[in-house]
Write a protein that binds this ligand. Sequence first.
Ligand SMILES: CSC[C@H]1O[C@@H](n2cnc3c(O)ncnc32)[C@H](O)[C@@H]1O
Ligand SMILES: [Zn+2]
Length: 442
Amino acid sequence: MTANTIITADTRINARWLIPVEPRAVVLEHQALIIQGSRIAAVLPQTEADQTYRTRETLDLNQHVLLPGLINLHGHTAMSLFRGMADDLPLMTWLNDHIWPAEGRFVSEQFVMDGARLAMAEMLRTGTTTFSDMYFFPEVTAQVAHDTGMRAQVCFPLMDMPTVWGSGPEEYLHKGAGLIEQWQGDDYIMPAIGPHAPYTVADDPLKEAVALSRRTGAALQIHLHETAFEVEQAVKASGIRPVSRMQALGVLGENTQCVHMTQIDDSDLAALSASGTHVIHCPESNLKLASGFCPVDTLQQRGINVCIGTDGAASNNDLDLFGELRTAAMIAKAVAGDAAALSAHRALEMATLNGARALGRSDELGSLLPGKLADLIAVDLSDPFLQPVYDPASHLVYSNHGRAVSHSWIHGVPQLQDGRLTRIDVPDLMLRVEAWRKQILS
Ligand SMILES: CSC[C@H]1O[C@@H](n2cnc3c(O)ncnc32)[C@H](O)[C@@H]1O
Ligand SMILES: [Zn+2]
């Protein structure tokens, strides 16, 4: 009889349950996940791990479920400093009369640094390991995410109007090209292009954005068909729907993410599906601004990749992706008139593997397969509000909120340990946030 070869690795996590996401709808029990460097080395039964692995540290998570880190595919991170500042308003009043004037007055490099850090603290606490941002001073958000060790798609803003970040499309595109050059190929930061919306960006800058995307491979993210008003106004002014305009300009494609999509007719469905465009569903922002409902089930039946995002904390008003999943699953059932629409496992896939697909990184992110990057979270199911456990996937989507997340790792590095953030100085952050509150109030 030959003795087993013992393999040395960095970290072993023993989990009561493990949902790998790939293959779909699987719940494993009493598994060990092995991390070596930045990657998952193995997922195997604990009894087998005892025979095979010797690790520098071992963590016993006996009441926890381990799953891939969540991917929040749409937000405006620094807007966390505007949380609760303008509520109960429809989109265009909210933007024109409240948010855009406030952005003109208060947004600066320091605002974005503090606001982005606040958003990252909340996202890490609630299970997000990768996020997407579209906001001013993207170079600051990219640096903060990189220094914190969070993975981020950072979209530079593109609009016709001047803002605190630039005088107009030419300057935005010039600075944006620099951002792409600086960060492309980085482990954590994925620079991308963020034309704001069809009603704020003219054809020429949109064409330049498409050209930049094709030239560099950077993804493109745009708010699209957020409200019925947006579509009606466009049809009145130009005779065509915004999706058709985007199709004609070459905006749609496998490297493009369309955010919201609450208004969808057959021609939109055909255009999105034929082009391989990704849709980012932001159910709570859509509910709060009374924007409408994204028909997730119909999109998925047509083979369109649907991911999830919170949008900014000023229109949500939180960045808890577990809460977002619960809302998404509930709405999908009501909209489809089918209780089987967007099952718990499908919802988890939407927040993990589908997000990785939209980022073009499903070979490295979005599921717990050996060889993939070690971006994962643990959720403690021992609290009374999560008991008894028949099916951990059910609890994660229908009963949980993000505060039950106890641990996370990004790139193999611990970010959250027993609910404590390892890389963000929370007391210092709270002092800065309070200073902003006072300044904005005055
Ligand atoms: C160009 S930077 C991003 C820009 O978008 C604004 N914004 C935030 N939420 C929404 C939304 O739901 N629809 C449209 N625009 C939104 C944000 O305030 C920035 O100005
Ligand atoms: Zn948005």
